[in-house]
Design a protein around this ligand. Structure first.
Ligand SMILES: [Zn+2]
Ligand SMILES: [Zn+2]
Length: 352
């Protein structure tokens, strides 16, 4: 790397506006590596952070650098990374945090539920610690994973979200030969359908509307239901001999569809919820939950899922090309955010 001391970054100095400015390249702490960021996607959480939706929590202070869905190349190894297996020149992706390694949840390997995540000084990158909408990012080596040549920089920027769907598949314990419905063909849903397929589901139905259903078919689902044209419950039951599917994955985050999720699930089936509602509450059909013994699962982040996710991408089981067509430069950051806000693009990705 060069001896430059500063880097360009998209900095949030006030809610509602990002500007590209020069900031210091981060110093490495013990156990950290420095990465040149290659690509960084932006999601609904970023948008909400920018607009002040998590005021006081994310970010804890300003100015702040966002961005947590990214890929990069290691340019420097810090002290204490000698046994990490990482080297300068490795192309990598990084988890947003690696837990505290001490609390009960971390000790069970469920570091996505780390009990110290809100403690002062805990680094949740892109939320409470500097993110990757910048030329460089420092990360603990334990949170960093190598990607092979067959996973592009653009695909790497989707590992964060794809890993969430892998965690969802594991939480639900998808069995070979099963039936699956995915509600919400946004980025998560379009990844979820592929992970369900890779886990052995033989019938995958995607519920949504508009052009994204075409993308869902392109990515390998068996059938789609446009909820503007027909009733998802009727259609899903028709396609499953009246039984409903074994697994439902909600990637919509729409509280209004909760009843549909339940009525699309077979007796003894499972519903996994990946989508967030932004604090809204839903009505729960308790009798169905109890009498049909439906398992309702929450899904957060992606503990221990990065290696499997990268392998699924490398093998071609997760395809990303149709999901990474909206690319921007750092100078186009406002355009990228406007595109995200308009919901016209699946995932804006900034190439750095
Ligand atoms: Zn995100
Ligand atoms: Zn912990």
């Amino acid at each position: 790397m060069t001896d430059a001391k500063t880097m360009r970054a998209a900095v949030l100095a006030d809610f509602g506006s990002l500007s590209v400015v020069d900031v210091p390249i981060p110093d490495l702490e013990y156990g950290e590596v420095l990465c040149r960021v290659n690509a960084c996607g932006m999601c609904g959480t970023d948008l909400k952070i920018v607009n002040g939706g998590f005021k006081g929590t994310w970010p804890p202070s300003m100015p702040f650098i966002l961005g947590h869905e990214w890929s990069g190349t290691i340019v420097k190894l810090g002290a204490g990374t000698e046994k990490s297996g990482l080297a300068v020149g490795d192309r990598v992706v990084a988890e947003n945090h690696a837990g505290c390694s001490a609390c009960p949840m971390c000790r069970q390997g469920r570091y996505n539920l780390c009990e110290r995540v809100r403690d002062p000084g805990f680094k949740l990158y892109g939320h409470t610690a500097p993110g990757a909408l910048a030329e460089f990012a420092a990360r603990p080596a334990v949170a960093v994973h190598k990607i092979p040549d067959s996973v592009s920089d653009l695909a790497g920027a989707l590992v964060n979200q794809a890993a969430l769907t892998v965690h969802a598949g594991r939480r639900a314990d998808i069995r070979p030969g099963s039936t699956v419905a995915v509600f919400g063909p946004g980025l998560l849903g379009l990844l979820m359908l592929q992970v369900a397929r890779a886990a052995g589901a033989t019938q995958v139905i995607v519920v949504g509307r508009g052009a994204r259903l075409e993308t869902a078919l392109e990515l390998g689902c068996d059938a789609v239901v446009d909820y503007e044209k027909s009733d998802p419950i009727v259609e899903i039951r028709r396609m499953t001999n009246g039984r409903g599917v074994d697994y439902v994955f909600d990637c919509s985050g729409n509280p209004a569809v909760v009843e549909q999720l339940f009525r699309s699930t077979r007796r003894g089936g499972k519903i996994a919820m990946l989508g967030l509602t932004g604090g809204k509450t839903a009505t729960l059909p308790i009798d169905l939950l109890a009498l049909d013994e439906i398992d309702l699962l929450g899904v957060r982040s992606s503990p221990n899922c990065y290696p499997a996710t990268i392998a699924l991408m490398a093998s071609g089981a997760i395809k990303t090309e149709p999901l990474t067509t909206f690319q921007y430069s750092l100078d186009q950051i406002d355009e990228a955010f406007a595109a995200l806000e308009s919901k016209q693009v699946i995932r804006p990705i900034v190439l750095l």
